[in-house]
Design a protein around this ligand. Sequence first.
Ligand code: URA
Length: 188
Amino acid sequence: MDLQALQNECLNCRRCALCDTRTHVVFGQGVPTAEVMFVGEGPGASEDEQGQPFVGRSGQLLDHYLEAVDLSREKNVYIANIIKCRPPQNRDPLPEESAACMPWLRQQFQLIRPKIVVCLGRVAAQQMMDPAFSISRDHGRFYEKQGTLFMATYHPAALLRYPVNKPAVFGDFVSLREKITQVCEHTY
Ligand code: URA
C-alpha cells in the first residue's frame, strides 16, 4: 500500500457521520517522503471546498511560517489533520469522530515515517502527544516517542484571533529549523 492507494481508499470513507455533510475528504498534502509532518485539527470551510489542508486564511499564515524556515508543502513537508472531514460549524471533532478517523492518520504516519511531527493546536497535540498537553505551557518543546520527535505550537487560526502569540510561534519554527538540521537528512 502506498500513500496514493491509501488516499483513494480514504476518499470513500464512511466511518463516521461527517461523511454525510462533507464536500471533500481532506486527506493530506505534501511530499510522501517528508521527514517533517504537520498535523492540524480538521478541515474548515475552504479546505472542505477545495479538498486540501490549510488553504484558507490560517493556511496562508501557516505557509508564511513554513517559508520563513525554508519549508513548503511542495518541497519538503507533509500536512495532514486529525480528522479528514469538516465538522459542521467548525466545532471541535467529537471523540467518536476522532476515534473513527485516527486509523487513517496512523497509516499516513506509518507510510511517511517522519522524523519530526509538529502538532498545530490543542486538539492535535492532545490527540498525538498527551491528553493533558497545554500549548501555552509546552509549545516549542520536543518530546521523543518511539523514535519520533513531537512538538506542538499554536494553531494558525488561534494566531489570527490572538496575534500576540505570533512571535512565540516564530520562535517555535526557528527551534524546528534547528532540530531539522540536527536530525533530518534531506529536508534542507
Ligand atoms: N485548520 C485545521 O486544523 N486544518 C486545516 O486543514 C485547516 C484549518
